[in-house]
Design a protein around this ligand. Structure first.
Ligand SMILES: C[S@@+](CC[C@H](N)C(=O)[O-])C[C@H]1O[C@@H](n2cnc3c(N)ncnc32)[C@H](O)[C@@H]1O
Length: 283
């Protein structure tokens, strides 16, 4: 689609021609599965202007070459961080956590499962996987007799560094149920306020790793559940469909897929059984 006003948009000091915008859209689609619609042109211009200045570049084309040639993908991460959000919180979309405690844990316990495996795909700064580990270890009847392993992955090395530190300020921990907070997080006073550190027991249950969901997945399942919430929001329907099919292959039969509240699978062809909004089961 052609931009309404002119051949080039002038926002935040960065001129972007139609063909440059298309090149940017093609690149983030091929490398990260992210679908940049024409309406995002101003956002791209405004958000990337600063990065171009930092690298002493003058055109978006030059910047895209840098992104493409950077084998570490660090610049791709910078670019995506500028265009997307890493927003997350403990107990976000808490009905998913309720479902896990009320339906899934009793199911695992009923068959005497000694191991529970989950994957937080697009874990951002760690609140989702740590929260899952606290919830599960805090609610199992026999936590010592169960091995819990949660894989937590993200494309962005920046958010993963924060996740691995496992320390959160007072503002961030307020949704954690008080009994779990007391059990699994230690408060320490620092010059900038109280910091809460995730306990060793929870850290040992969570393994962080960098993974671009658009690339090969090195791990083998099967998982009991997969959380992929507020990640596919940026993907077009065919990409969502491919991801969902790949999640299906790594889930156990009867395993559960959780997607974000604004990401129902309506309009996406899949073989999952609908359980309730944004919760699906592999048949
Ligand atoms: C909005 S956060 C969601 C965090 C958490 N799942 C939640 O719902 O609170 C989206 C995360 O997805 C990650 N992400 C985006 N595209 C990705 C991709 N292609 N592969 C892996 N992670 C990706 C981003 O880096 C970001 O940390």
């Amino acid at each position: 689609m052609k931009h309404a006003s002119s051949d080039a948009a002038m926002t935040g000091g960065l001129k972007i021609s139609d063909s440059e915008f298309q090149k940017a859209a093609d690149l983030v689609k091929s490398l990260a599965g992210i679908h940049l619609t024409d309406g995002k042109r101003e956002l791209v211009s405004a958000r990337l202007a600063k990065r171009l200045r930092a690298l002493n570049l003058t055109t978006l084309s030059q910047y895209l070459d840098v992104v493409r040639e950077d084998k570490t993908q660090d610049e791709l991460v910078m670019m995506l961080d500028a265009l997307t959000t890493n927003l997350t919180s403990f107990w976000r979309e808490s009905d998913h956590f309720d479902y896990l405690v009320e339906k899934l844990l009793p199911k695992y316990e009923a068959v005497g499962q000694s191991e529970i495996r989950g994957w937080s795909a697009g874990c951002s700064t760690g609140e989702e996987p740590y929260g899952l580990a606290m919830l599960i270890l805090g609610n199992l009847r026999n936590p010592r007799g169960t091995s819990l392993r949660i894989l937590a992955t993200d494309l962005s090395t920046r958010v993963l560094d924060t996740a691995k530190r496992g320390k959160y300020g007072e503002e961030r921990i307020k949704n954690i149920p008080p009994d779990l907070l007391k059990k699994f997080m230690a408060a320490e006073n620092t010059p900038t306020g109280t910091l809460y550190s995730v306990s060793q027991e929870i850290r040992s249950a969570v393994t962080f790793g960098r993974l671009n969901l658009m690339e090969l997945w090195p791990m083998s399942g099967p998982f009991d559940f997969i959380f992929c919430r507020n990640v596919m929001i940026y993907c077009d329907k065919p990409t969502q469909r491919t991801l969902i099919e790949r999640f299906g292959k790594l889930l156990k039969s009867g395993g559960t897929l959780f997607v974000g509240h604004s990401e129902s699978l309506a309009g996406v062809q899949h073989n999952f059984k609908y359980v309730r909004p944004t919760i699906y089961e592999k048949p």
